[in-house]
Ligand binder design. Sequence first.
Ligand SMILES: [Ca+2]
Ligand SMILES: [Ca+2]
Length: 291
Amino acid sequence: MENDAILKGKRPAGHIGWVIFIGMLLLSASCGIPPEAQGTQPEELEGSRTQALSVDLDGDGTDENVTYRRTAGGFELAIDGKELGEELAAAGLRAENAHDECLAVDLDTSDGFVEIAVMSDGGSADHRTDFVRFDGGGAVYLGGVPGLVNGEAPAAVPDGEGGVSSYVSFELLQRWTFPAEYRLENGRMTVEMQEFYVDEALKTFNKTALIQLAAYDSPEGDGRHVIDAGTALALYGAAPAEEPDGEGWVLAGDESGKPHYLRAAFPGAVENAAGEWTAAADAIAGLELYG
Ligand SMILES: [Ca+2]
Ligand SMILES: [Ca+2]
């Protein structure tokens, strides 16, 4: 059946290949839509219409009937008539500003399951795709990744082998975004942590410490010292937080070029010299929203 084709095959080389690949994914994932409607279906969407898909989610050879509808508070999802929204919310799935349609995505073509991808835009362009598996009995929330699997930028690109190429972002009023790989491990989408994300191209200048800041020699947290108020800084970027509300690190450089790792808490607080959190705007001058 059509859906078996999603994400199968070799990883196309290069960006153009991915665009084509995603286009194929979109078409093949519209499995409940009559073939003649597939080409124009995304443009025909309206706010709250119910989407119907017919797809074998658990690999038992029989299609499940999936209905999905965006709501003011998130989305409704039913499989063979059984409403699963509450179950998924209890499992931690939040989809703020969910998209009008979900997609059937085969995260791992070797495991017999086809997942439902719920895309959302979040509160402030915090694009996200969450994955739901139907195991024959109920829905299992697999977690999610930043980015959208429907081809819109910022994109998340499944490889069909359990991995998703996406990104991590962290912000101290300014937001930094770095490429990152995610992988389905033990039924949970997990970011493959890197030691530290730094990109010289994302360096921003003309910051000034407004208060005494705590700083460290490395993102392991050693060599704690204090940056004096009035110190001119450049900010390079940030490591990812392991959880959206977690902590991360921002790398600052002073005029001598000496690096200082600042401990930061999502979505915009920095550790002061007393070891407490201070709102970033009160701690560092010159931060620009999403600069
Ligand atoms: Ca089935
Ligand atoms: Ca699969």
